[in-house]
Design a protein around this ligand. Structure first.
Ligand code: NAP
Length: 471
């Protein structure tokens, strides 16, 4: 895949970049290592000051970088600005909280004595340069979600961004440099995916995190496994969205439209499978389809656009194949199911709802990475949960019910990294984010995220012989 900026709204390639050669990669790896040796000795106050400075810069440059995001991957410019603002918030959160999240942990005195020691504690120390292989769908957020905690923990970062967002990738390196981070603390590697293995196998790289598709995750995890290096994987999702009889159905349908189409439908945590209790199915289906039809599809630079183009031609073709397969096997297209006639250039696709979906269809098990929803009718909660869990993925889940017993049942039985009631899944710096099954492993954000790339170190002191004991 060429490293280039191609506008998805027009299909026009605006700039192409040369991938780094072996020597340039070597230089950067060495820089990451030497930078780590210095940076790891800094304290959390110093690190926080740097991260706050980067957050302030990003806040000031929000509108410009938002236009870059929209140009490179097609999200509505309003959503791009919101993404930048979310990054600023997370950076400040980690700058303010990392000290306490990584504070030494002291076991009880009795437990220390039991181990035959006088004092003992746990210290979170950094690991070293961490390679981040990142996707294009939230080109700023995915990187910041890794970089803010990794840098606060004292690691250095090497970013291999998706090949279609090189301007954003270079902006990020420049942002950290201008914020005052020592050279080498955060570097962008403009490389193709074929060069990832070599970087990951290099002894100077301590660990890796990958957000992206299952094949990419499998490939990085197997190389890392071979090298015995820690990884975090944030992969695909096909989140269920359950609507039960006690729900506010009007609100559930309204939120469903946003949950399915945010980021032009290309979000791992987008609700993708809508599983509705038969008592409220007709009402929900009508409201949901009306909402999907009413969306303004168009130029993502236009402030009023709600759904822009898909990020790539291949992505749209994949989506079209999934819809064609469902149609052939008997699904009903309640709306959409085609390219919008009004936008012949670029990679647009109409917001689509498919009903009468059965397990034999590819959409039942595969991720629809675009504005296509599948609708299921469930006889009761039991069946709704069974359909929700009938997926290889386990990222998050959404449930609309006001019934406490049903809520408890969902918390117990839904197999996913999150259960969100009466609202849609969203990430927050203070809450862990990640999945199970084919959605990956490990967690980002919160204390769980920052500790993923730490050396959890036991520090133990024996009773010094010159210290008199109590007796
Ligand atoms: P992708 O094709 O897997 O690409 C993601 C990153 O991996 C890119 O930097 C890509 O580089 C690289 N890559 C691809 N194949 C690789 C390989 N064999 N070895 C090493 N690196 C490789 O995914 P995408 O199309 O950009 O993103 C969509 C997917 O990401 C969806 O499945 C979505 O659900 C998932 N996602 C998950 C989360 C989450 O938090 N769980 C968040 C966002 C997206 P190139 O661009 O150079 O190919």
């Amino acid at each position: 895949m060429p490293i280039s900026t191609t506008n998805p709204a027009t299909g026009e390639t605006l700039q192409t970049f040369e991938a780094l050669g072996a020597e340039e990669i070597e230089e950067r790896l060495e820089r990451a290592r030497t930078a780590f040796e210095e940076y790891r000795t800094t304290g959390s106050a110093e690190r926080a000051e740097l991260l706050h400075r980067a957050a302030d810069l990003l806040e000031k440059e929000r509108d410009d970088i938002a236009r870059t995001l929209t140009t490179e991957m097609g999200k509505p410019v309003t959503a791009a600005r919101a993404e930048a603002a979310k990054c600023v918030k997370a950076m400040r959160w980690y700058a303010d909280h990392a000290g306490e999240l990584l504070a030494d942990e002291h076991p009880s005195a009795a437990d220390v004595e039991d181990s035959g020691g006088s004092t003992a504690y746990v210290r979170y120390r950094p690991l070293g340069p961490v390679l981040a292989v990142m996707p294009w769908n939230f080109p700023l957020w995915q990187v910041i979600r890794f970089a803010a905690p990794a840098l606060m923990a004292g690691n250095t970062g090497l970013l291999k961004h998706a090949s279609n967002v090189p301007r954003t990738a270079l902006y990020l390196e420049d942002l950290f440099r201008r914020a005052g981070y020592p050279r080498g603390c955060f570097q962008t590697l403009l490389i193709g995916s074929d060069a990832v293995e070599g970087v990951l196998r290099d002894d100077r790289v301590a660990a890796a995190t990958l957000t992206g598709s299952e094949p990419a995750g499998r490939s990085v995890a197997s190389v890392a496994g071979d090298e015995i290096k820690k990884t975090v994987l944030e992969l695909g999702g096909s989140d269920p969205y359950l609507v039960l009889p006690s729900a506010d159905v009007v609100r559930a349908a309204e939120v469903a439209v946003t949950a399915r189409t945010q980021n032009n439908g290309q979000s791992c945590i987008a609700a993708k499978r809508f599983i509705v209790h038969r008592e409220v199915y007709e009402e929900f289906a009508r409201l949901f389809v009306d909402g999907m039809k009413a969306l303004r599809v168009g130029d993502p630079m236009d402030e009023s656009t709600q759904v822009g183009p898909l990020a790539g031609e291949r992505g749209r073709a994949d989506l079209e194949e999934l819809v064609a397969d469902a149609r052939e096997r008997g699904a009903t297209v309640l709306c959409g199911g085609r390219r919008p006639a009004a936008h012949p250039a670029g990679w647009f696709y109409e917001p689509t709802v498919l009903a009468d979906v059965t397990p034999g269809m590819r959409v039942h098990r595969e991720e629809t990475f675009g504005p296509v929803a599948t609708l299921y009718r469930a006889a009761d909660l039991e069946e709704a949960i069974a359909v929700a869990n009938d997926t290889p993925f386990g990222l998050s889940s959404n449930v609309w019910t006001r019934d406490r017993e049903e809520q408890d049942r969902c918390v117990r039985d839904l197999r996913a990294g999150g259960v969100y009631f009466n609202g849609m899944t969203a990430s927050h710096p203070a809450m862990p984010f990640g999945g199970i099954k084919r959605s990956g492993y490990g967690r980002e954000l919160s204390g769980h995220g920052i500790r993923e790339f730490c050396n959890v170190t036991t520090i133990w002191h024996g009773t010094p012989p010159d210290v008199p004991t109590a007796e």
